[in-house]
Write a protein that binds this ligand. Structure first.
Ligand SMILES: [Zn+2]
Length: 108
């Protein structure tokens, strides 16, 4: 998961000894809902009102972050294990994740 912009920001903050901010950025995805994340990606600034971001987090920062970040759990829900996954196959119009698919193949 390459996210150079935020990585550099975290490194910079850590160097300055601003651990609180560095930690905040590391966990940024936990503070943003998937729907809000989508709005950031679409450059919909109205989402700023829905989020509780500290003043030092600028819109530009969020945008750069969202451009490079992949939300965990993005993908489709597997009918077997219920986990979200991006990799898998369609089976009778249902989604089966890669892990379950591999497991099924071993059962055969
Ligand atoms: Zn599965």
């Amino acid at each position: 998961m390459a996210n150079q912009f935020i990585e550099e920001k975290i490194t910079e903050l850590t160097r300055k000894g601003d651990m609180e901010k560095a930690k905040f950025l590391k966990n940024l995805h936990k503070k943003i809902l998937p729907s809000q994340f989508e709005k950031i990606q679409k450059n919909d600034k109205s989402v700023m009102k829905e989020m509780f971001m500290p003043k030092w987090v600028s819109w530009e920062m969020l945008r750069a972050w969202a451009d490079n970040f992949q939300m965990p759990g993005k993908g489709r829900v597997c009918i077997l294990c219920g986990e979200k996954s991006e990799n898998g196959i369609d089976f009778n119009e249902k989604f089966i994740c890669e892990n379950c698919f591999v497991r099924l193949k071993h059962l055969e």
